[in-house]
Ligand binder design. Structure first.
Ligand SMILES: Cc1cc2nc3c(=O)[nH]c(=O)nc-3n(C[C@H](O)[C@H](O)[C@H](O)COP(=O)(O)OP(=O)(O)OC[C@H]3O[C@@H](n4cnc5c(N)ncnc54)[C@H](O)[C@@H]3O)c2cc1C
Length: 470
């Protein structure tokens, strides 16, 4: 590791006197080396091994971010931006000898401009409360809804181009990013993007920053587009006898001329692990479950659901249960949000993959995943945003020897997705965990172009080094 850092021209450790100059440029307490703070900023929600930073900077202003990056460029110290660490690819895990730059404290809603259809926010605003405020105070809708929305930040969502259940109808975070304010590695502040729906002047640097995982610049201001709020929403549970049947229903859904806002698939393995904790009865006979949601003007979601189920014909569910009220809807989604935690109970370890394939290939994909589980003698629990082809594949093991087989199984899962014309990451990003697999998906000219962009934006290589590219 020390050799790699030296090759990149980065410091492998920071002398106390050098750290003191950073502390001096910030308000008291903003730069901390407290062991508990270092521990709390060492890992994320993935299975990647945590790495303690040498210090954590709690940014409160754009100037704090500039001071940190200028200092880091001068001394060759790696800086890893961080929201709230809910990432699932190891993206905010610091480089050994580096500093974590936490944006969680920059959490103000700067302005809401309903007449222009956007809000301007700092990066540390938490996604769920932001959506609630837009809806309750302004009657507006900010669609992106990653299942971590009670904790993740809007800055983290932009940096990972996060998706979520309603991305099926409304698209992922990037669709709502109208403009960005970012601090470059040398401390320069740039504004990129637009204030109106259209704007095609020059290259789309805004688009380049979306999903850049903290490797090109630190996002300090976000201009996010808002939509009129749909007036009615319904959620329906649809159990199927088998996973194959549910997957076939997903594949047919695209041919019906209807777009649910969410269409989530849960396999039988996940259901059996969730059953003891579920807020509603999960029948042991269910082989899989679809959770569908429709929205629109009052009355239309019910009609759309009926047409949707009718359109499945022989491939339909065994029953359709519509959530009676918003409390029941909330309970359903709460259970869905807990899945990533519940499937792991009682296991010795896990690897979570986040593949996506063209929707019509979902039935083939689930069959191949079952084959991977059998071949590697592991438990594979699959659920996710199947309506847009994105499945979370949890490879679980309950005995010590499982870990090695799981690594092979994870690679097999990614290869299956690629063979079906898909991607190794539908929404979590590449981070640390998938960087060695990126060349399976992208050709060397495409990788070289991206590396060239990285070195243009960050010549010293201080910004989240070691992420995305091996
Ligand atoms: C239970 C659970 C459910 C989840 N569900 C979903 C889901 O449905 N859809 C989905 O897409 N993801 C999901 N995730 C993954 C995760 O929540 C998202 O990737 C989220 O966008 C990360 O936000 P964060 O604030 O936690 O970012 P972090 O984990 O702190 O950071 C993630 C990446 O963004 C970079 N970054 C963060 N802030 C900035 C900034 N201001 N400037 C530059 N770079 C920055 C970091 O360097 C890192 O590379 C889920 C995670 C959990 C634990």
């Amino acid at each position: 590791m020390a050799e790699n850092l030296a090759a990149a021209g980065l410091a492998s450790s920071v002398r106390p006197s050098v750290l003191a100059t950073l502390e001096a440029s910030l308000a008291s307490g903003q730069c901390t080396t407290d062991p508990d703070a270092l521990e709390a900023h060492a890992g994320d929600a993935s299975s990647a091994v945590p790495v303690r930073p040498v210090a954590v900077v709690h940014a409160r202003s754009v100037e704090d971010v500039q001071a940190t990056l200028v200092w880091a460029s001068e001394h060759g110290v790696p800086v890893t931006p961080r929201g709230t660490g809910t990432g699932k690819a190891g993206g905010c895990i610091p480089q050994a000898g580096g500093v974590v730059l936490s944006l969680a404290g920059m959490a103000g809603i700067t302005s809401v401009q309903p007449e222009h259809g956007f809000a301007e926010v700092e990066p540390g605003v938490v996604t769920g409360p932001f959506r609630d405020t837009m809806e309750q105070d302004f009657g507006l809708f900010y669609p992106p809804d990653p299942n971590s929305l009670d904790r993740c930040t809007l800055g983290g969502n932009v940096a990972t181009n996060a998706g979520g259940p309603v991305a099926l109808k409304y698209g992922v975070t990037g669709r709502y990013v109208m403009g960005l304010t970012a601090v470059l590695a040398n401390g320069t502040v740039i504004d990129t993007g637009r204030r109106q729906p259209k704007g095609v002047a020059g290259y789309d640097l805004r688009g380049l920053l979306v999903g850049s995982e903290g490797t090109l610049a630190v996002l300090v201001g976000l201009r996010l587009g808002l939509l009129p709020r749909p007036r009615a929403v319904i959620s329906a549970l649809m159990p199927f006898a088998s996973l194959d049947a549910a997957a076939r229903a997903v594949a047919r859904s695209r041919q019906q001329g209807l777009l649910p806002r969410a269409l989530e698939l849960v396999d039988g393995v996940t259901l059996s692990r969730v059953r003891p904790h579920a807020a509603f009865p999960v029948d042991p006979s269910w082989g899989a479950l679809l959770l569908a949601e429709f929205d629109g003007e009052p009355g239309t979601p019910e009609r759309d659901l009926e047409r949707f189920v009718d359109g499945l014909e022989g491939a339909g569910p065994d029953q359709v249960r519509i959530a009676a009220d918003s409390a029941e809807r909330t309970a359903l989604w709460e259970m869905r949000r807990q899945m990533s935690k519940l499937v792991k109970i009682g296991t010795l370890g896990h690897i979570s993959e986040d593949i996506a394939v063209p929707v019509g290939s979902i039935p083939t994909l689930v069959q191949r995943l079952q084959r991977v589980a059998e071949q590697h003698r592991l438990i594979v629990a699959t659920y996710g945003h199947a309506g847009d082809g994105n499945l979370h594949v949890n490879i679980l093991w309950e005995e010590l020897t499982g870990a090695e087989r799981a690594e092979d199984a994870a690679e097999a899962v990614m290869r299956e997705a690629l063979e079906l014309g898909g991607t190794i990451s539908g929404e979590h990003g590449i981070g640390l965990l998938k960087r060695r697999f990126l060349p399976l998906e992208q050709t060397s000219p495409v990788l070289s172009l991206q590396r060239a962009l990285k070195s243009q934006w960050d010549p010293v290589g201080i910004l989240n080094p070691g992420k995305i590219f091996a």
